[in-house]
Design a binder for this molecule. Structure first.
Ligand code: CO
Length: 221
């Protein structure tokens, strides 16, 4: 069993390192946060939000859950979104999934894991909605990759449909929603092409992205 004490040692080293580079870093940051980005990502330990986009503490507001799901009745996620948009005035809301997501894989394989199955039901719904597209993709890895991407697109669309985003856009606030996916094998992020900065822009942008998947799969579904 690894020692929990190690974490305190590592924390002291990190804190000292940061203060060596910028003696007033924590003092300045303790007074306020002004992040320009909200990150909604997967809880997966291999996808550390700040680290993979090279942002420091104070620069990224973060919400993570299993399979980066955005549900209209999830007060936790909605509260994070509302605070980020209304109070912190972030300019970008990024939904970032990742390839090889265990939550998406369990949904794809209809594998039972436990209580979390109820949460992953939302990903099963995405699979169900895009069943023809996913099934038309050959190879288990490619199928999973496709469902991981489609899940991000649907969750980003869900962000756009929240009252938080609709109210922000209605009052003319500049805030854009993005759908990204992270590769565990190369550490690189890919833009999935859904970038929405107004309510009117959602339907055409969503339609364009999905048309791309239908062409890939060669299906009409
Ligand atoms: Co995941």
């Amino acid at each position: 069993m690894s020692s929990i004490e190690n974490l305190f040692g590592k924390n002291r080293e990190w804190s000292e390192g940061v203060r060596r580079r910028d003696p007033s870093f924590f003092e300045t940051l303790s007074k306020q946060q002004t992040p320009r980005y909200l990150w909604i990502g997967c809880s997966d330990s291999r996808v550390p939000a700040n680290e993979i986009v090279g942002l420091l503490p104070g620069e990224l507001f973060v919400h993570r859950n299993v399979a980066n799901v955005v549900v209209h009745t999830d007060l936790n996620c909605l509260s994070v979104l509302q605070y980020a948009v209304d109070v912190l005035k972030v300019e970008h809301v990024i939904v970032c999934g990742h390839y090889g997501c265990g939550g998406v894989q369990a949904s794809l394989e209809r594998r039972k894991v436990g209580l979390v199955d109820n949460w992953l039901r939302h990903v099963r719904d995405v699979h169900h909605k895009h069943a023809l597209t996913v099934e038309s993709v050959l190879g288990p890895v490619e199928k999973l990759d496709t469902l991981c991407e489609l899940n991000v697109i649907e969750q980003a669309a869900n962000v756009c449909h929240t009252t938080v985003m609709q109210d922000a856009w209605a009052r003319g606030q500049k805030v854009e929603v993005h759908a990204w996916i992270y590769g565990l094998r190369d550490g690189l992020i890919k833009d999935l092409g859904l970038n929405v900065s107004s309510l009117e822009a959602l339907t055409p942008a969503y339609g364009k992205v999905l048309a791309h998947y239908r062409r890939l799969g060669g299906t009409a579904g």
